[in-house]
Design a protein around this ligand. Structure first.
Ligand code: CO
Ligand code: CO
Length: 295
């Protein structure tokens, strides 16, 4: 657990390891089915970030029966099941309780050949940083909760959050990725920092190359910025040396839900990775000096 990796890995003794992770959260969108789909895609993501293939999942649901119709819970569960099926991950069981707030998620077990495990450590100077999904999800979901998010922006965010990191994960080893993580609650810069500390290197991020969902900047300017992102920003101040401006920094520190993979790849592995992973893009490079510079 020391290197802040996305999931635990347990060697089975036959050359393979189990990958285990759990992710549970409260609603981020209004549609119960979409929330269920997002929760499933998000829970699977930690397995993909380790280079693993998901096998089974256990579902967890807390529901305030007296406040919300149970039919809505059924929609949440159906959404989660759909995404798990699309990932060929078998839901083998679960547990539900009466709770004050709807809470949903999965514990996922995957498998990987021990030699193919991709951790946060291993990134080296000269390699390139690749991101596979656009950011802005914390700002947008805050806009959704406040009723200030335009529908096309919300639709795009849901499409980003429900898309699987399966291809992004499966393409890591074949293109010799040296480190990878998924971008979730700590935001792009927070998860990058974990990778840099584990690998003992620094990074330059080209802000102009970071894909940001259209509409994010407007929502940020309208004051939509979640508490988790504020905490990320505060904790990143000492680690980020240079940045073009405050609003850029806010977007880079924004807490994501079911974000993309952030991977370090050698220069001659990048081209193959970009070709196989739709939406992936180079956002920066690794440098000797520990810390982050945003150009
Ligand atoms: Co993760
Ligand atoms: Co996680």
């Amino acid at each position: 657990m020391g290197a802040a990796d996305d999931a635990g890995a347990f060697a089975l003794g036959d050359g393979r390891a189990l990958i285990q992770t759990v992710d549970i959260f409260t609603p981020v969108v209004d549609s119960p089915a979409d929330w269920g789909r997002i929760a499933a895609a998000n829970a699977l993501s930690d397995v993909y970030a380790m280079g693993g293939k998901p096998l089974t999942a256990l579902q967890y649901l807390a529901w305030p029966r007296d406040v919300l119709r149970f039919e809505l819970a059924a929609e949440v569960i159906a959404g989660g099941m759909d995404v798990m099926a699309s990932a060929s991950c078998t839901v083998v069981g679960g547990h539900s309780i009466d709770g004050p707030e709807p809470t949903f998620g999965f514990a996922v077990t995957g498998v990987v050949d021990v030699g193919d495990i991709v951790t946060n450590a291993g990134a080296s100077v000269g390699e390139l940083l690749v991101l596979t999904k656009p950011i802005g999800l914390g700002i947008i979901t805050t806009g959704i909760k406040n009723g200030t998010c335009p529908e096309p922006v919300a639709d795009e965010a849901v499409s980003v959050m429900t898309s699987l990191n399966d291809v992004a994960g499966a393409s890591l080893r074949p293109n010799r990725a040296s480190a990878a993580t998924d971008v979730t609650g700590f935001g792009l810069l927070g998860h990058l920092r974990e990778m840099l500390i584990a690998s003992g290197v620094g990074a330059q991020v080209d802000y102009a190359k970071v894909p940001v969902i259209e509409g994010t900047v407007e929502l940020l300017e309208a004051g939509m910025y979640p508490g988790g992102s504020k905490r990320n920003l505060a904790s990143l101040r000492d680690f980020v040396g240079a940045a073009p401006g405050e609003s850029e920094l806010r977007i880079l520190a924004d807490a994501q839900t079911s974000g993309g993979l952030l991977a370090a790849l050698p220069k001659d592995g990048v081209e193959g990775y970009l070709r196989t992973v739709p939406g992936s893009t180079v956002i920066g490079r690794l440098v000797p000096q520990l810390g982050i510079e945003v150009l």
